[in-house]
Design a protein around this ligand. Structure first.
Ligand code: AMP
Length: 421
C-alpha cells in the first residue's frame, strides 16, 4: 500500500474513486456540494504532484443508463470548485474514455459517466421479479465474468488508484474494492479516507479517558452490534432518543405509546454493561405529546408536557429528552476526554422536539473546547449538527453513514481491505 503524501504523481494518471453522490434539484443543479468540496485536498495533491485525474463515482441508484443520474449535471459545480475545465467521458468504459485518458496531460481532470449505469459496478444482475432461481444463478455467473472485464477496462485507463470514497467503502463494488488488485504497488487512500479511518481508530483504539458514547435514534435493534462493541471500550454510555424507551420498559417503567422493541435485548445490554463496569445514562424525563401523528407529519404545533420517563401517560409518546436528562448528561460529557455521538436524542427534525439534541450538541461542543476529542457520525446526528451550524466546533464529523457504522461494528470494510492488502 502507498500513501498519497509520499506517492510520486509526476506524469501519472490517477483513477480516483470519489463519492460525488450529491443531491440535485428538479433542474439538475447540485443543491449541496459538501461531498465535492471535501474531495478538494486529494484533487489538489494529485495536481500539485504533477498528475492527471480520472474521476469515477456513482450518482443515485440507476438501474441502467438514466438521464436523471448523468454526471454531466455536476460538471458546472465541479468546474467552479476545482477552477478548471472538466473533460467528460460519456461512458465510463467506452472507447471515448480510453481515447481521452491517453491524451491526458498533468493537471487534466477527466470525469467518467456514472459507474452504476453498468450492472458490473455493483455486481448485481438486473433481472425482473419473474426471473427463476436458475436464471438468476446464470445471470450472476455471467455478470461475474463481465465484472472482471469492466474492472480491467477501468484500470486500463490509469497508472495508479486512489480510493477516497469512504461512504461506499462498505460495498465490495468494482470501483471501491475489486479494482485495487489491478494496482498492487500503486494503490492508496485519499485524504477523506485517511481522515475518516484515523478519526474512528483514534476513538475506538486509543481513547483518552473517560470515554463517553452517546447513542440515539429510533431503534435499538439496528445498533445492537455497535452497542455491544462499545461496551468493551467506553466508560459511560448515554442512551437517548427512541431507543431509550425499550430500556425504560425493561426496567419496569410505564412508557405510554412511546416506540419500543424487544425488552430482552435491553435487559441483556444492561446486564452486560454492569458486568463490564460501564455506566449507563438513560433519560430521566421526556417531552411528550398525544398528538404524535401530527409531529411525524412535520407539524410541531402540538401540546407538549414534560414527564418522568418512567411514568408517561397511556395516550402519549415521548419525543425528546427533557431538561433534567440533559442536566445529568452535562456532568458526564464535560468530564469526558473522548466523545462519540451517533443518533439524535429526540425528533430533532421538528423544532418543538429538537431541544434535547441541540443541548447535547452544545455539550459536545463545550467538551471539545475543554480539550475532549469528539467524533460525530452516522446519518442523523450529522444532519443535526449541521442543522445547528456546529460542525466546525467538534473534532470530527464523519460523512460515512453506513460505512462508519459497519467500521465501528468491527467489520473489515471491503474498500479499506482491498487497498491495505
Ligand atoms: P436512526 O435512523 O435509528 O438513527 O434514527 C433517527 C431518527 O430517530 C430520527 O429521524 C429521529 O426523528 C428519530 N427519533 C429520535 N428520537 C425519537 C423518539 N423519541 N421517538 C421516535 N423517533 C425518534
Amino acid at each position: 500500500m502507498q500513501y498519497i503524501d509520499n506517492y510520486d504523481f509526476r506524469g501519472k494518471r490517477a483513477i480516483v474513486r470519489f463519492d460525488f453522490n450529491v443531491p440535485l434539484n428538479e433542474n439538475f443543479e447540485v443543491t449541496d456540494d459538501t461531498r465535492i468540496r471535501a474531495a478538494i485536498p486529494t484533487i489538489q495533491k494529485i495536481f500539485d504532484g504533477g498528475g492527471a485525474i480520472i474521476a469515477m463515482t456513482h450518482l443515485g441508484r440507476p438501474k441502467g443508463v438514466t438521464e436523471k443520474y448523468s454526471l454531466k449535471h455536476i460538471i458546472p459545480t465541479l468546474e467552479k470548485l476545482i477552477g478548471k475545465k472538466v473533460i467528460f467521458a460519456p461512458d465510463c468504459v467506452g472507447d471515448d474514455a480510453g481515447e481521452l485518458s491517453k491524451k491526458l496531460k498533468p493537471g487534466d481532470f477527466l470525469l467518467l459517466e456514472n459507474l452504476r449505469f453498468h450492472a458490473e459496478e455493483e455486481g448485481k444482475p438486473r433481472l425482473d421479479e419473474s426471473a427463476t432461481a436458475e436464471e438468476k444463478d446464470a445471470a450472476k455467473k455471467e455478470l461475474k465474468i463481465k465484472q472482471k472485464e469492466f474492472v480491467n477496462k477501468l484500470a486500463g485507463l490509469a497508472d495508479c488508484y486512489v480510493n477516497d470514497a469512504f461512504g461506499t467503502a462498505h460495498r465490495a463494488h468494482a470501483s471501491t474494492a475489486l479494482i485495487a488488485a489491478n494496482f498492487p504497488n500503486d494503490k492508496m487512500f485519499g485524504y477523506i479516507m485517511n481522515g475518516e479511518l484515523k478519526a474512528v481508530d483514534k476513538v475506538l483504539n486509543a481513547p483518552k479517558r473517560p470515554f463517553t458514547a452517546i447513542l440515539g435514534g429510533s431503534k435499538v435493534s439496528t445498533k445492537i452490534t455497535i452497542i455491544k462493541r462499545l461496551l468493551d471500550k467506553v466508560d459511560n454510555l448515554i442512551l437517548g432518543g427512541g431507543m431509550s424507551f425499550t430500556f425504560i420498559k425493561a426496567l419496569g417503567g410505564k412508557i405510554g405509546l412511546s416506540i419500543s422493541e424487544d425488552v430482552e435485548l435491553a435487559k441483556d445490554i444492561l446486564g452486560e454493561a454492569e458486568s463490564k463496569n460501564v455506566k449507563i445514562y438513560l433519560p430521566v424525563d421526556v417531552i411528550t405529546t398525544t398528538q404524535f401523528d401530527e409531529v411525524f407529519k412535520g407539524n410541531g404545533n402540538v401540546e407538549t408536557k414534560i414527564s418522568d420517563i418512567r411514568n408517561i401517560a397511556d395516550d402519549a409518546q415521548g419525543l425528546d429528552a427533557g431538561p433534567k436528562s440533559v442536566e445529568a448528561w452535562k456532568a458526564v460529557l464535560l468530564e469526558s476526554k473522548t466523545i462519540l455521538w451517533n443518533g439524535p436524542v429526540g425528533v430533532f427534525e421538528v423544532d418543538t422536539f429538537a431541544g434535547g439534541t441541540l443541548h447535547v450538541a452544545e455539550l459536545v461542543v463545550d467538551a471539545t473546547a475543554k480539550g475532549a476529542y469528539s467524533l460525530v457520525g452516522g446519518g442523523d446526528s450529522v444532519a443535526a449538527i449541521n442543522k445547528f451550524n456546529m460542525a466546525d466546533k467538534v473534532s470530527y464529523v464523519s460523512t460515512g453513514g453506513g460505512a462508519l457504522l459497519e467500521y465501528m461494528e468491527g467489520i473489515d470494510l471491503p474498500g479499506v481491505k482491498a487497498v491495505k492488502e
